[in-house]
Design a protein around this ligand. Structure first.
Ligand SMILES: Nc1ncnc2c1ncn2[C@@H]1O[C@H](COP(=O)(O)OP(=O)(O)OP(=O)(O)O)[C@@H](O)[C@H]1O
Ligand SMILES: [Mg+2]
Length: 508
């Protein structure tokens, strides 16, 4: 039999929505099969059906030609199906090995044989080039490493078919390169992979075939060698998508954000921001480029009040906002599209509607003398959902039930709509489909043209080059270069980000 996995005519409904409507996906042994579709198209749902987390209303699943009922994830594991989720499910205080064996511990008499498990984990890590330390604690390792632990977890349970749900969205460019190597090693050892990604370049680079779904319906499967990003984009969106953003030259006005001599330590007391200077003016987009871990996150957390500065000043329109609490920073005119949308962006168990006014619900017109005016809240929310194309059955749906990309669009809508003086956008398009990226880029440029100051943090050099009016390169806690995109190129940026050619900042 040619196919290891066949999902035939799958239908899965949620209240108010058909997430999968007659979708067919057939995966060949030894291939990397891309699953492509807009935000909310139904990709994660389809994979959750395959992994036994959801039961389909209709349709059939076959593994190696044999019909199966995947009633829960344990059954999926026994059938050789493993899944690496969009959000990891690891216990922070446990070691790598403890996490991996959780639920299928090897026993030696009545006790768990941790030594044996560590050996096995080390062996698997070696075989696939994962470079994971079996004894490290989860909280001490990077996100990229945590993802590898999830991969090891599936392999340890004997996975033959691995499902990756947007694995590269949380990775840095270097980590993405390594993950691609790992996927190739998995294929070499006879595994098959289903890969969800919004990055068309990745599909072209590593996938053999690609199945496209749109609004819950199957559009078809194409051979990757016979297609290109433009065709893939229009298959998934149903229209032409432009990959570069048209914009006029910026007309910067007064300085909005001004940072002087800022120093910040992280929770382990390591100096992350080191005597940093940065200005962002009204009417310009400043792109913060850098390799993850050079202080960008700490810088943004400090501006937005989530972290304390050790020394230095941050001012907004000339007024100090250093070390104010997040609500005060917000009220003084700062919007924040946070990197971690689950920790800082949304209250997952609140309805979408209430999430749309998270910073303003206690003020007019949403509240009067301490009473919330739900009619006004939901009216506003509906307008934002419409404008930002947040796909949700209704404003009453819990944020948790939205697809990853639609959660992101909801946050962006809320933050941009508050008409702030400064928009801090940290990886605003993470997890968004190409159509949504195009839309968000246009929005940010529109806001710039209305005179807002925009500080953009992105690990995608394409995005930095496309959107920024000025690029500030951050290395080792400092801005080491400050230049216009037309004065540089990706090659030079890469070098600056790696810490070479440091005199550039002083040159100008
Ligand atoms: N547990 C749930 N309860 C209710 N609705 C849900 C649930 N999970 C998903 N949905 C809805 O099903 C649809 C498909 O969502 P899904 O998460 O599969 O999209 P996706 O293709 O993975 O999108 P993204 O690229 O944004 O991650 C969405 O409209 C979503 O709101
Ligand atoms: Mg998804």
């Amino acid at each position: 039999m040619e196919y290891v996995i066949e999902m035939l005519n799958i239908r899965k409904e949620f209240p108010g929505i058909v997430a999968n409507d007659d979708i067919t996906l057939q995966v060949k042994k030894g291939e990397i099969h891309a699953l492509l579709g807009e935000n909310g198209a139904g990709k994660s749902t389809l994979m959750n059906v395959l992994f036994g987390l959801y039961q389909p209303e209709k349709g059939e699943i076959k593994v190696k030609g044999k019909e199966v009922q995947v009633t829960d994830p344990n059954v999926a594991n026994r059938l050789g199906i493993g899944m690496v989720h969009q959000h990891f499910m690891l216990v922070d205080t446990f070691t790598v090995t403890e996490n991996i064996i959780l639920g299928s511990e090897p026993k030696k008499g009545a006790t768990v044989d941790l030594k044996k498990a560590e050996k096995e984990v080390a062996h698997l890590s070696e075989l696939y080039g994962l470079k994971v330390d079996p004894r490290a604690k989860i909280r001490d390792i990077s996100v990229g490493m945590q993802q590898r632990v999830e991969i090891l977890k599936t392999l340890y349970r004997g996975a033959e078919i691995l499902i990756f749900d947007e694995p590269t969205a949380v990775l840095t460019p270097q980590e993405i390169k390594e993950l691609i190597q790992i996927m190739r090693a998995l294929i070499r050892e006879g595994k098959s992979i289903i890969l969800i990604t919004h990055k068309l370049k990745e599909i072209i680079e590593v996938c053999d075939r690609c199945t496209v779904i749109r609004k819950g319906k199957g559009i078809g499967t194409v051979e990757v060698s016979e297609t290109n990003p433009t065709e893939l984009a229009s298959l998934m969106v149903g229209r032409e998508v432009s990959f570069t953003t048209e914009k006029t030259a910026a007309v910067p006005k007064d300085t909005v954000l001004s940072i002087r001599d800022l120093s910040v330590k992280d929770s382990r007391n390591v100096q992350m921001v080191n005597n940093l200077q940065l200005d962002v003016r009204a009417g310009e987009i400043v792109g913060l480029a850098g390799v993850d871990g050079n202080g960008q996150s700490e810088l943004i957390e400090t501006i937005t009040g989530l972290r304390k500065a050790d020394s230095g000043t941050i001012s907004l329109n000339g007024k100090p906002i250093t070390n104010l609490n997040p609500r005060k920073v917000t009220e003084s005119g700062v919007s924040h599209i946070p990197q971690d949308r689950h920790r800082f962006g949304l209250v997952l168990d609140f309805p979408v509607g209430e999430n749309m006014v998270l910073q303003t619900y206690y003020q007019a017109p949403f509240a009067n003398k301490g009473m919330l005016k739900y009619k006004d809240i939901y009216e506003k929310a509906n307008a934002l959902i419409e404008e930002y194309d947040v796909r949700t059955p209704s404003v009453y749906t819990k944020a948790r039930a939205l697809s990853g990309g639609n959660q992101q669009k909801a946050i962006i809508g809320r933050e941009v709509d508050r008409s702030p003086d400064l928009i801090i956008a940290a990886q605003p398009t993470r997890g968004l489909d190409v159509g949504a990226i195009e839309f968000i880029h246009k929005k940010l440029i529109e806001e710039r043209d209305k005179g807002r100051a925009v500080l953009l943090l992105s690990f995608e050099l394409d995005e930095i080059m496309n959107l920024s009016d000025r690029i500030a390169v951050m290395f080792d806690g400092q801005i080491v270069a400050d230049m216009k995109p037309e004065e540089t190129n990706e090659q030079e940026l890469g070098l600056l980000m790696a810490g070479s050619n440091q005199q550039k900042a002083g040159d100008k």
